[in-house]
Design a protein around this ligand. Structure first.
Ligand code: DGL
Length: 247
């Protein structure tokens, strides 16, 4: 079984890609709804949650864990890799493809406060973004909106306008979704950003990477349909609703 977790329902945007890549695998999805959002929390708290969730996944028979949350990856993935022997797949802020393909030399990144503060983000920036101007924006309120199942209310639209418009005005031609909740807002983001802007969602690349890593253990099940379990530490209404659109 492959364990996939996030602070909430955002990781379903990654599970969707994993299901495309390896539909025959068994997946156990955990939403840490009772502790959502992770973004403003101290890293130590996110590490503790990561350990608790990992140990439960191991008890349930996980062979590999996908940390389908940029904030949890930033805070906890090195600790998880050092402590447990199974492979962990994390989220990478997709700065590299955005910087590589940007013609204007301006790239917008929308992520949580925790992700921007993490070493992983700063390292990625230093390695791949030295030739581009990066406009960082914390998506305050967006995770909460997605957790309510609100993808395009006037309030969400207003928040997105506030976050996206300065990127567009600065000439950004790529906007990186640095939080796994944001693909649920992609339509609204696209509407606000306009046609000439590429929205970069790292989830498909993460799913391909997961398949590659799993194939070092055994052949991944790329056909058929495996089992899917959805659990939450909090209210699971929206999780069940969104999950039913995936499986
Ligand atoms: N989906 C999480 C991420 O990718 C959201 C973090 C949060 O709960 O604030 O960063």
């Amino acid at each position: 079984m492959i364990g996939v977790y996030d602070s909430g329902v955002g990781g379903l945007s990654v599970l969707r890609e994993l299901l495309r890549e390896m539909p025959g695998e068994d997946y156990d999805y955990f939403s840490d709804g009772a502790y959502c959002p992770y973004g403003p929390k101290p890293p130590q708290e996110i590490v503790l949650r990561a350990r608790t969730i990992t140990e439960e996944f191991i008890r349930r028979g996980a062979e590999m864990i996908v940390v389908a949350c940029n904030t949890a990856t930033a805070a906890a993935i090195s600790e998880l890799r050092a402590r447990y022997i199974l492979p962990f797949i994390g989220m990478e802020p997709a700065i590299k493809p955005a910087a590589l393909h940007s013609a204007s030399g301006v790239v917008g990144v929308l992520a949580t406060a925790g992700t921007f503060k993490g070493r992983l983000y700063l390292d990625t920036l230093a390695r791949f973004a030295s030739d581009v101007k990066v406009i960082e924006q914390v998506g305050t309120g967006l995770v909460e909106a997605v957790e309510r199942g609100d993808f395009d209310s006037p309030q969400v639209e207003a928040l997105l306008r506030r976050y996206i418009t300065p990127m567009v005005e600065a000439g950004a031609d790529h906007i990186v979704l640095g939080c796994t909740h944001y693909p649920f807002l992609e339509e609204a983001i696209r509407r606000i950003a306009g046609k000439g802007i590429t929205i970069v969602n790292p989830a498909p690349a993460v799913a391909r990477h997961a398949r590659k890593i799993l194939s070092t253990l055994r052949p991944p099940r790329t056909e058929g349909t495996g089992s899917r379990i959805f659990r939450s530490s909090g209210d699971d209404t929206i999780l069940k609703q969104l999950a039913s659109t995936l499986v």
